[in-house]
Design a protein around this ligand. Structure first.
Ligand SMILES: NCC(=O)N[C@H]1[C@@H](O)[C@H](n2cnc3c(N)ncnc32)O[C@@H]1CO
Length: 147
């Protein structure tokens, strides 16, 4: 999994078109969204993550929470982003992983938003620009490390 973390004044998105034959079913209210004072996690779920999705979910949550505590962010935004890797997991696995990350972050008490999966989206983001405002993480299952 590749994660790009941007501590932002805001992020806003608007769904434009389907990017998959069967994108995530969404309500009209999910077609646009905005979150303020937010740590945005752009996430590419990778093929190697299919070896142990649950482990990847837990590791991603741990990484995101660590950064959220450092930048004192209470609002988090999970953004499906297929552009951080050339070896992507299949959409069915990726969506489940992203949903579980969202769910576990909520369980930890954060306000969590998530952009719809399987769409082209317009988005605007305002990076805060402080030294920890732009971070990236690569997360791999333990099983993959032994190969
Ligand atoms: N910016 C627009 C976009 O990325 N759209 C992507 C994601 O929303 C989602 N998607 C598909 N596979 C993945 C994956 N492995 N990881 C994350 N998202 C995925 O499906 C769209 C087409 O790839």
């Amino acid at each position: 999994m590749r994660v790009l973390l941007i501590h932002s004044d805001y992020i806003e998105y608007e769904v434009k078109d389907k990017a998959l034959k069967n994108p995530e079913l969404i309500s009209d209210e999910m077609k646009k969204g905005r979150m303020d004072e937010v740590l945005v996690a752009f996430i590419s779920v990778e093929k190697v993550d299919e070896k142990n999705p649950n482990e990847i979910v837990d590791k991603a949550v741990e990484e995101i929470v660590n950064v959220a505590k450092q930048v004192k962010a209470e609002n988090l935004f999970v953004y499906p982003f297929a552009h951080l890797s050339s070896e992507l997991a299949k959409p069915s696995v990726a969506l489940e992983v992203l949903k579980k990350i969202e769910e576990k972050l909520k369980e930890k008490g954060y306000n969590v938003g998530r952009a719809p999966f399987g769409y082209y989206k317009a988005f605007k983001i305002s990076c805060k620009g402080h030294p920890l405002a732009e971070l990236s993480r690569t997360i791999v299952p333990e099983a993959a490390k032994e190969e």
